[in-house]
Design a protein around this ligand. Structure first.
Ligand code: NDP
Length: 348
């Protein structure tokens, strides 16, 4: 969805106010700062289900207004954009309400717990004429952008396979709903794999056709999976292998793309932080690609800011979030049924 792209767009003329729905860790740790680094953007309101949590969050982050209902936040005339980062089962009602109120939407991943809900969210934003973005941060990394640019040159030839290594140790403070609450969308597939499949789509510029996945519950989690491995088949014939875990402290993260004439090896790149290296290996030898790191979330918001003021698309659209969810849910189904599952991409 393109926002109105002209100087009569009121958001060009004044401070763009962000209302945060969810007194969450990601909002506190990354997103409030990322908003404030955009010229003429400010976090003006926070909504939590608990007014005392909202007020504490507002005080800590110097936010003008605190609410305990989304209707009150949406009625605040200073709010132009809604950032939704409560737990996953709560994203849908917040997006629908924001769209109905004519506010632009920046929504956390996974968009929802099922495809019908996610499609309804994307459609509501389209129909309301507001911009919708999904917060898949990894494709905003300079490292991932460098991999994509290198692939576009064709230096590694035909892509045969790709591997993603995203097995990490979930820090103790985050071992809450993620590891024990399926109703909130816990589990490593909806938490981590959903980001990785967005990376696959971004780098290979095609959408997986089908998936075979296995999942484990290895001791940290209960009622949800804390580890998964998958193989995805791409329309071009390329195969992609992924590994996600909450329980592996020392594997390190990375991705590799292997082609008929070379390989791209990226290390320490599946991170919220602006880190990592990218190396090209081919008959000519090994060469480090030059990377100018930037903050991933600030980059996402700079693209979003352009989309709502000048038109164009955010870095990761609502449709991208819907497709990533479709692939992640196919992984979940495959792991449960031990069958290969065709990915169903719903029309919006
Ligand atoms: P948190 O666990 O920090 O917060 C989620 C919700 O839990 C909050 O909205 C809050 O509800 C409630 N909550 C927080 N603290 C308390 C408390 N002390 N007592 C009771 N309830 C509390 O979530 P995360 O920041 O880890 O994740 C939020 C969303 O962001 C998820 O959708 C997740 O998938 C996504 N995420 C995305 C990342 C990315 O890089 N794109 C990274 C991390 C998370 P209330 O709002 O009612 O106060």
């Amino acid at each position: 969805m393109n926002s109105k792209a002209s100087t009569d767009n009121p958001l060009m003329m004044r401070t763009v106010g962000w209302g945060f729905v969810g007194a969450s860790n990601i909002a506190r740790q990354w997103m409030a700062d990322a908003v404030r680094t955009q010229e003429n953007h400010e976090v003006v309101a926070i909504m939590s289900n608990s007014l005392s949590r909202a007020k504490a969050f507002a005080e800590e982050l110097n936010i003008a207004s605190a609410y305990d209902s989304i209707d009150a936040l949406l009625a605040d005339p200073a709010v132009d954009v809604v950032y939704i980062s409560n737990t996953n089962e709560l994203h849908k009602p917040a997006v629908l309400a924001a769209a109905k109120a004519g506010k632009h939407v920046f929504c956390e991943k996974p968009l929802a717990l099922n495809l019908a809900d996610a499609a309804a969210m994307v459609k509501a934003c389209q129909q309301a004429g507001v911009v919708m973005a999904t917060n898949h941060h990894l494709r905003n990394a300079a490292t991932h952008q460098a991999v994509r640019a290198e692939l576009a040159t064709g230096t590694i030839g035909q892509v045969i396979g790709m591997r993603i290594f995203h097995a990490i140790h979930l820090p103790k403070p985050l071992q809450t709903w993620r590891v024990n609450n399926p109703e909130a969308g816990g589990g490593v597939i909806l938490d981590v794999a959903v980001h990785d499949v967005d990376v696959i789509r971004y780098l290979l510029a095609e959408d997986p056709v089908d998936v075979m996945a296995y999942a484990q519950t290895g001791g940290m989690a209960s009622k949800v999976e804390d580890g998964a491995m998958a193989i995805l088949q791409m329309p071009s014939g390329a195969l992609v292998q992924t590994h996600q875990s909450f329980m592996v402290p020392y594997a390190g993260t990375g991705l590799e793309v292997h082609g008929t004439h070379g390989s791209i090896i990226a290390r320490d790149v599946m991170s919220q932080r602006a880190t990592g290296t990218v190396e090209l290996v081919n008959d000519a030898g090994r060469r480090q690609l030059s990377i100018e790191h930037h903050n991933l979330y600030q980059y996402a918001l700079s693209q979003f800011a352009k989309a709502i003021t000048q038109g164009g698309e955010p870095a990761v659209t609502g449709e991208d979030g819907l497709k990533a969810l479709a692939i992640a849910l196919a992984m979940t189904e495959s792991a449960a049924t031990k069958q290969r599952v065709a990915v169903h991409y719903p029309a919006v």
